[in-house]
Write a protein that binds this ligand. Structure first.
Ligand code: 0L1
Ligand code: MG
Length: 260
């Protein structure tokens, strides 16, 4: 079966623009494979870039074993970070622009050099990184009830919606990223704690996997880009008045606030 990538990309973009929950693609066609899902994701990005957005970076999702087991997968998913989705330092999230957002802490690599797979290692990632900062990603699946299969969420750019980036960073070898800790606090309640090792053993390895994935498609990670390594704790709903803070060892804190 031939999948019309442009059609499904426009379908997803309408969900983003109109802040409308969509029926999952796999409820409408039963043969959506991973390669077609990434092709829809690429077509969606092309539409966004075609109307003036630019690329601020890339992201991984499903890099914690817990999240992979929930979805019965053994591979992360990869997506893009359009510049229009990067928040200012205040971390205010306008909820009238989103559908049913959730927030999750992220380790973010800021690259000084390009990374081009195949064969990229965790050490190569550290060599190419200017700094590591803390962040909070806001994910907002375009699908009804945040319910999807793996190909659906890949096509939907891995639910990417917004990201707040911390201002305090460290050089990548100034701390052991596997033991770097995060406490995620939502409205005064600690909802999750994790160390970097929760991300497939090493956050730098996750970034290497992304560079190697892109290499298969003739793409690379570019200098100046931000790269989210994935969330180590569960995402939490972001509602009007919700204040979520990720407190990192070595990296300071990042806060997002839901503005109704
Ligand atoms: O950034 C992420 O980890 C999202 C991965 C896709 C699954 C989800 O939307 O929860
Ligand atoms: Mg994420």
């Amino acid at each position: 079966m031939t999948i019309d990538h442009a059609h499904w990309a426009a379908y997803l973009l309408a969900g983003i623009d109109e802040r409308r929950e969509l029926q999952a693609i796999t409820k409408q066609i039963n043969a959506l494979g991973i390669d077609d899902a990434y092709a829809i994701q690429a077509a969606l990005l092309e539409l966004q870039l075609g109307r003036g957005d630019s690329l601020a970076g890339a992201k991984l999702g499903l890099t914690s074993v817990a999240k992979q087991e929930q979805m019965s997968v053994s591979e992360p998913v990869y997506g893009w970070v359009p510049t229009s989705t990067v928040l200012g330092a205040d971390g205010v999230v306008a909820l009238n622009e989103l559908i049913h957002p959730r927030c999750e802490p992220e380790l973010v690599f800021v690259l000084a050099e390009s990374l081009s797979g195949p064969g990229v290692t965790a050490n190569d990632v550290l060599d190419a990184t200017e700094k590591v900062v803390g962040g909070i990603e806001v994910i907002d699946s375009r699908y009804e009830a945040f319910s999807f299969t793996l190909p659906d969420v890949i096509a939907d750019n891995t639910s990417a919606a917004r990201v707040a980036i911390g201002s305090d960073g460290i050089a990548p070898r100034d701390a052991d990223l596997t033991t770097l800790g995060c406490v995620f606090d939502v409205d005064g309640e600690i909802t999750g704690t994790a160390t970097g090792a929760a991300l497939l053993g090493d956050p730098a390895l996750c970034v290497a996997m992304l560079a190697n994935h892109l290499g298969k498609h003739g793409q690379k990670l570019e200098p100046g880009w931000i790269v989210m390594a994935g969330a180590a704790t569960d995402a939490r709903p972001l509602s009007a008045g919700t204040v979520a803070t990720a407190r990192y060892s070595h990296l300071g804190s990042v806060t997002v606030t839901g503005k109704g």
